[in-house]
Design a protein around this ligand. Structure first.
Ligand code: PLP
Length: 425
């Protein structure tokens, strides 16, 4: 008897839906989630000691593979020195310097404890700096669960078919303009109409919360130009893509410089860390220097920062991203070849250590196209792979993540399992 369903039933007694974050619950794919008790490198083990090759990667942070010895050591050493002080520490300076040194768009940054806090505050800051109320976001992008951003959002909201959350009064989102991703004309039209009231555009510069959707050529550049023309701020939400798609995120790959950047996931190395940063003149509007308030009891937590710093150091190893991208490409190409051989309409895309798999002939370029993919087939594939010990994200609308420990043998084992899974679809 598997312990997973038993644990799930027990969890449901005291935790809503049995989970502390909705997509974990398997509701869109059916069945009981696996309760993971430990993880190492590319693998996780569940309550029954069944091993899985992991492509969730903690939804992004586990870029070095799970429990990297140097990260674990850094955490242990920091923990021995005290878990939290609520005073400044030298390690906070070190991580701020490390991030600012890597991302040219960031002069100054503030640490928080999650991506949600980072985006929520970046929006407040943009409004405070510009004195304007309206913000532009894109359908299918997820920027965490702050009220004004929970409109037509991706991730769990898209997965469960309720893209706009209950409990958010219409007045709270009346200043949120939601536009279609990759449709620059619509953004231009919005600015022509309301440009003087728009504080910022917030965008996932590669969208990873409606499966993986890349920006169309010229889209991000167009957003940059419109923001500059109308005096609005461009916020790149690189919570997912930051240090995941390359050493400088999407901004490094495209050369487009946002005014503000939000980060989380990888910069915490598996511990709760987020950050927002940008030009000094903008960041100086944050308290205690300026009038935009933001604070956090555990912000810059020494144990979390130690994990982040160790992670950032290891990411600087020569060839790190070349290896990560090559492994991700092998996975995406290998899956596509095997699906095609089985006569399944399937495509895959990838960038750095992120990938998307789609049950559609062509790689989708919009939320509409991604929504038209064969979700029923995804569910069957997901379970067929799970039974063979490969754990993808339990949703057709989430990107997947590869770590540096997904070596050739791990990718090959995944592809062997996929060959059998595709044959059964
Ligand atoms: N922004 C993006 C692009 C994300 O992918 C996420 C989480 O998946 C968030 C913000 C919210 O981050 P967190 O879950 O750490 O609050």
């Amino acid at each position: 008897m598997s312990r997973n369903p038993e644990l799930f039933e027990r969890a449901c007694q005291t935790i809503p839906g049995g989970v502390n974050s909705p997509v974990r619950a398997f509701r869109s794919v059916g069945g009981a989630p696996r309760f993971i008790k430990r993880a190492q490198g590319p693998y996780m083990w569940d309550a029954d000691d069944v091993r899985y090759i992991d492509y969730i990667g903690s939804w992004g942070p586990a870029i070095l593979g799970h429990a990297h010895p140097e990260v674990v050591r850094a955490v242990q050493e920091a923990a021995v020195g005290g878990l939290s002080f609520g005073t400044p520490t030298e390690s906070e300076i070190e991580i701020a310097e490390a991030i600012a040194a890597r991302l040219p768009s960031i002069d100054k940054l503030r640490l928080v404890s999650s991506g949600t806090e980072a985006t929520m505050t970046a929006i407040r800051l943009a409004r405070g700096v510009t004195g304007r109320s309206k913000i532009v976001k894109f359908e299918g992008c997820y920027h965490g669960h702050a009220d004004s951003l929970l409109v037509k959002a991706g991730s769990g909201l898209l997965t469960f078919g309720t893209p706009t959350s209950a409990g958010v009064p219409p007045e709270f989102v009346q200043h949120t303009l939601v536009l279609e991703y990759n449709k620059l004309d619509a953004v231009r039209a919005a600015f022509e109409k309301e440009g003087k009231d728009i504080a910022c555009i917030i965008v996932e510069p590669v969208a990873g919360n409606m499966n993986l959707i890349k920006p169309a050529p010229g889209f991000l550049q167009g957003l940059r130009e419109l923001c500059t023309q109308y005096g609005a701020l461009l916020i790149f939400d690189e919570v997912m893509t930051g240090f995941r798609v390359g050493p400088q995120g999407v901004q490094g790959l495209t050369g487009i410089r946002p005014d503000l950047t939000t980060l989380a996931k990888v910069i915490g190395g598996g511990m709760p860390v987020g950050a927002f940063g940008g030009r000094a003149d903008i960041m100086e509007h944050i308290a205690p220097l300026g009038g935009v308030y933001q604070a956090g009891t555990l912000s810059g937590n020494p144990v979390a920062v130690a994990a982040g710093l160790a992670t950032l150091r290891l990411l600087s190893a020569p060839g790190f991203y070349e290896h990560l991208s090559a492994q991700t490409a092998k996975l995406a190409q290998g899956l596509t070849e095997r699906a095609r051989a089985a006569g399944i309409a399937f495509s895959a895309d990838h960038i750095g250590g992120m990938f998307g798999i789609y049950f559609s002939e062509q790689v989708p370029t919009s939320l509409a196209e991604v929504s038209a993919c064969n979700v029923e087939r995804f569910k069957k594939f997901f379970h067929a792979m799970l039974i063979k010990g490969v754990h993808f994200a339990p949703s057709a609308f989430e990107a997947g993540f590869v770590s540096a420990t997904h070596d050739d043998a791990v990718i090959q084992a995944t592809l062997d399992a996929a060959e059998q899974a595709f044959a059964k679809l």
